[in-house]
Design a protein around this ligand. Structure first.
Ligand SMILES: *[C@@H]1O[C@H](CO)[C@@H](O)[C@H](O)[C@H]1NC(C)=O
Ligand SMILES: *[C@@H]1O[C@H](CO)[C@@H](O)[C@H](O)[C@H]1NC(C)=O
Length: 397
């Protein structure tokens, strides 16, 4: 580890342009509602404001293509780090979970967490000028955003509860919500965690290991220079691409995308013709605090609140260590899906989560050994390995 490396990591967050490689695919440039309606499905968009002033975008596919009334069963989908509601539709009809659930008779709602490019708005803070806007982690997403969106969905649909499906950070925010605001357990018929993230000390992502190794100096430095939005620079990602992936053009395209650089990819599940579309929609943005909070989890081995250092912790939490999230308070039925080749949701960590949850109904290891962290949303065979079983479990509730 050299000073050069830390310089590179600053480069990672200091750039101003989101990397993208040239694409002539139309879907890369269209919005989520434009893509969904292009494929013949109905789509609605809503703006929802959280109690602390963030304005979030919610997308809805109220029913399948060949139905004409809104479905009575509601499914709420929450994306992962650096992603957006686009994750659930990028692979297209009959492949992406958003469409698959709509075809199965669900009223599908797809949230967007604060700070991604669809929820980069606040009633008075300016994301381009205000550091305060970016002063949040996935803690605030779980505590404010997801409950606000769930309440909006329940009110709009007149239902009392819904199915919650999360991917990666979308599972973390579910555990934050239901452990700190236990009344939300009753609003969830069942939760499905795709690549669950709570404990992280066994994860193997090389880039996350580096960030975790340098977590303390990085946090100090970022605070000093006031970098709050995570924006990987073109130069840094291009360099990362060269180092990690050599010069094959497919792997280059993957390694210069921050999302794939962090999560890895499995060539077997990767549909190369979707890459331009993915690059048009990801990385969708986040705060650096989200990454740092995860880096703290990797280092501490705990699933707990943000660590501000002893003195500030004492002020904020009344103890020198951040309090743990109490997983026993997660009493909604939970199903976990994990896989062998996942760089972030390791088998040991998922096992510990399973043991700690208040009402875990099962954990399922994906049969395909090459299945990776992102294959739950983008994988060619996600339906075969994950969605079909998920849908049959949903019908039991
Ligand atoms: C949501 O807010 C955006 C930006 O303020 C606006 O352009 C859009 O029309 C709003 N959508 C709805 C459904 O109100
Ligand atoms: C890959 O994506 C393209 C474009 O959406 C699609 O036409 C093709 O069927 C996909 N291939 C596989 C194997 O899923």
């Amino acid at each position: 580890m050299s000073p050069l490396l830390i310089f590179c990591i600053i480069g990672l967050v200091h750039g101003s342009a989101i990397p993208s490689f040239r694409s002539d695919s139309e879907d890369a440039k269209l919005s989520v509602p434009e893509i969904v309606t292009k494929y013949g499905y109905p789509c609605e968009e809503y703006n929802v404001t959280t109690p602390d002033g963030y304005i979030l975008t919610l997308h809805r596919i109220p029913h399948g293509k060949n139905q004409n009334s809104v479905s009575q069963k509601v499914a709420y989908l929450q994306h992962g780090l650096l992603s957006s509601s686009a994750d659930w539709i990028i692979s297209g009809p009959s492949k992406s979970l958003g469409y698959v659930l709509a075809d199965e008779g669900y009223d599908v709602w797809m949230g967007n967490a604060r700070g991604n490019k669809l929820s980069r708005r606040h009633i008075y803070l300016d994301p381009d000028k205000s550091d305060e806007f970016w002063d949040f982690s996935w803690h605030e997403i779980g505590y404010y955003d997801v409950p606000t969106m769930i309440d909006f969905v329940l009110e709009k649909t007149g239902q009392e509860s819904l199915f919650h499906i999360g991917h990666s950070q979308g599972t973390t925010t579910f555990y934050v919500m239901t452990s700190l605001r236990p009344d939300y357990n009753a609003k969830v018929k069942a939760h499905f965690s795709l690549a669950p993230i709570a404990y992280m000390n066994h994860m193997t992502s090389p880039l996350m290991r580096i960030i975790a190794f340098w977590q303390k100096p990085i946090s100090v430095l970022l605070n000093l220079i006031g970098i709050r939005e995570f924006l990987p620079s073109n130069e840094f990602m291009a360099m990362g691409g060269n180092i990690l992936c050599g010069d094959d053009s497919l792997t280059q395209a993957l390694c210069t995308n921050a999302l794939f650089a962090i999560c890895g990819f499995s060539p077997k599940e990767m549909n190369a013709s979707l890459l331009p579309i993915m690059s048009g929609h990801t990385p969708a943005g986040s705060s650096t605090k989200q990454l740092i909070h995860y880096a703290q989890e990797i280092n501490s081995g705990y699933f707990r609140r943000y660590d501000y250092g002893m003195f500030v912790n004492l002020q904020k939490y009344g103890s020198i260590w951040p309090p743990n999230y109490d997983l026993k308070k997660v009493t909604a039925p939970v199903y976990l899906y994990y896989s062998k080749n996942d760089w972030l949701a390791g088998k040991t960590d998922v096992g510990r989560l399973y043991d700690g949850l208040g009402n875990c109904k099962g954990k399922f290891l994906v049969a395909e050994t090459t299945f990776n962290h992102l294959d739950y949303v983008f994988g060619i065979r996600a339906r075969e390995f994950v969605y079909n079983k998920l849908i049959s479990l949903m019908s039991n509730h």
